[in-house]
Design a protein around this ligand. Structure first.
Ligand code: NA7
Length: 540
């Protein structure tokens, strides 16, 4: 693996393709490009590979998808040889897996780490992309693939006085690489999304005192984590052919939902189904009944079931009430998958502060001040989320034809064709970009589908003697309209979630992922390929 940090800026390339990001998407993209006999280079901002699993090393960090499903399926040998240890993989185990993949497929020699891309511009005369790095180097390639991740632009809210705080400040998304010891300390955690909910039980077990600052209560479902059962591991291997083609897209939802809508069955029957899904745990709980994401009344019934579970677990009634979500429908924000989250509030050293009742006014030298009290702290942990889906792309100054800035093209929200391409930006691909299923479901399977599609498109261009491919504006407009229309049939856009950019002040409120399901989405992508990319502008 090469690193940056040399004296004089230099120019690299031309490559057939340059890939930005060496996480799960970038690594597989490189592997496929190599398989096509193409020259490629991967640029990675981090000091090592791993993407999300390189950065998010906070205590308790785990994937919310089961280990056997959150794994590549492009290589049967890889599936056969890698043994996961727990039902849900920890961050260190995921990183070991990613390193194993990089070594096994000899990927490192084309990856340049410690290299942040600041600008990517399409040179129309050369019909090539020129990427500029933070060292001032340039890398030129015919195609540019953004494998920059959907949740990789961390966001720290603008808290008054944060710099004045004399204690330690940590961000879950940029956790130190050396162990952090909270023993004997008074710790405050701001944020109760997935990261906060995973970290809180771990920090509570170590710290002298933990104060959780919650603005919005989230729905969390039990992980029922434990050692990986041999049958679970064998299931993917035994059904590999089906799994790798179709099964992987739905596997994370566990037993399929019953065909009947929730409101059409008896109270006894639905309670049984609720309990059965709750015992299964994990994100499969979303598939409890088919109508909970489209019918508010059905959603309310199931949300009440979860609120009852919270109240049955948390002994202090006021804390329990504060932990019960009441401002959004279940699943309209990605539910958290937890290990002992709610029970943590029964510990004597844990306190919940409801920021709806007492908002934070400032951070001082000593801790966090709210409208009601001063909380003295030795450490603050920010679990405050990401500028999701568009943040990592827009932090790069991306310029297409005629110098068109992606920031301008997306000023009213992201516009893509299939979440893969953007009109006005020839030969630019976005893996799991907005407008694709991306974050809805199991991201690694969506990554594989996108990488395979891009690889096939590049192979087609080469075999047809073509050099450029670009989304047509009218096809893109139609796709964006379709993405919005489908979202509008569901309850999802009603929530102030990162799916709609609501967590970033000023961000246009648009439901970004495609919620029409993988079968419909894959059919559209496959159809486009089968028709030789007829909906795109192709150039020599
Ligand atoms: P999330 O889910 O965006 O959670 C961020 C949390 O931080 C959430 O509880 C926010 O409350 C809270 N937050 C953000 N800004 C503030 C301020 N200013 N004051 C108080 N609280 C604040 O990010 P995660 O990293 O936990 O998870 C992201 C995804 O990663 C997750 O969905 C999984 O797919 C994996 P809010 O809800 O905005 O009121």
């Amino acid at each position: 693996m090469s690193t940056a940090g040399h004296g004089r800026p230099h120019d690299e390339g031309p490559y057939d393709a340059v890939v930005v990001g060496a996480g799960l998407a970038g690594l597989y993209m490189l592997h496929r490009l190599r398989g096509l006999g193409m020259t490629a280079c991967v640029l990675e901002a981090g000091d090592d590979i791993g993407g999300t699993w390189y950065w998010n090393r906070y205590p308790g960090a785990r994937c919310d998808v089961e280990s056997v499903f959150y794994a590549y399926s492009f290589s049967r040998e890889l599936v056969d040889e890698w043994e996961w240890t727990e039902r849900y993989p920890t961050q260190p185990e995921l990183l070991r897996y990613i390193h194993h993949v990089a070594d096994r497929f000899d990927l490192r020699r084309d990856i340049r780490v410690s290299t942040r891309v600041t600008r990517a511009a399409f040179d129309e005369a050369a019909r090539a992309w020129v990427l500029t790095t933070d060292d001032g180097d340039t890398v030129t390639a015919t195609h540019c693939v953004m494998a920059t991740g959907c949740l990789s632009a961390p966001r720290t809210p603008d808290f008054t006085g944060l710099d004045d705080f004399r204690g330690e400040v940590y961000s879950t998304a940029e956790w130190p690489h050396t162990p952090v010891d909270f023993t004997g300390k008074r710790v405050g955690v701001i944020g109760t999304g997935s990261s906060g909910i995973q970290a809180i039980p771990q920090i509570a077990a170590q710290a002298a005192r933990l104060t959780v600052f919650q603005r919005t209560a989230n729905f969390s479902v039990p992980a029922h984590n434990g050692p990986l059962s041999p049958t679970r591991a064998a299931w993917v291997r035994d059904n590999f052919e089906w799994y790798a083609t179709d099964g992987k897209y739905t596997a994370l939802f566990g037993t399929p939902p019953p065909p009947t809508p929730l409101l059409s069955v008896s109270v006894e029957e639905r309670e049984q189904q609720f309990e059965s899904k709750w015992r299964e745990g994990g994100l499969g709980v979303i598939a409890v009944y088919p109508d909970i994401v489209v019918n508010a009344a059905a959603n309310d019934v199931f949300a009440d079931f979860i609120r009852d579970k919270i109240r049955a677990t948390v002994t202090d009634p006021r804390t329990a009430d504060d932990l019960c979500p009441d401002d959004h429908y279940f699943a309209t924000k990605r539910p958290c998958v937890d290990i002992d989250y709610y029970a943590t509030y029964n510990r004597d050293n844990v306190q919940l502060v409801n920021l709806r009742r007492e908002p934070i006014t400032s951070i001082t030298e000593d801790g966090i001040a709210t409208t009601a009290a001063m909380y003295d702290l030795d450490a603050i942990v920010l679990a405050t989320g990401f500028d999701a889906m568009t943040g990592s792309l827009l932090r790069i100054d991306i310029r297409g034809s005629d110098g068109l800035a992606l920031r301008d093209a997306w000023a009213d929200g992201p516009r893509t064709f299939l979440g893969l391409m953007v009109a006005g930006f020839p030969n630019l691909f976005t893996i799991t970009g907005p407008g694709s299923p991306s974050v809805l479901g199991n991201v690694i399977t969506h990554i594989e589908q996108h990488v395979d599609w891009i690889a096939e498109a590049l192979a087609f261009l080469r075999s047809s003697g073509l050099r450029t491919i670009e989304a047509r504006t009218e096809e893109q407009d139609a796709w964006v309209a379709h993405v919005n229309e489908i979202a509008g049939f569901t309850l999802y856009p009603s929530a102030s979630s990162w799916y709609v950019g609501a967590n970033i002040p000023g961000k246009p409120r648009v439901f970004m992922p495609y919620i029409g399901g993988m079968p419909a989405y894959r059919a559209r992508c496959d159809d486009l390929a089968a028709r030789d990319y007829a909906d795109c502008i192709l150039g020599t």
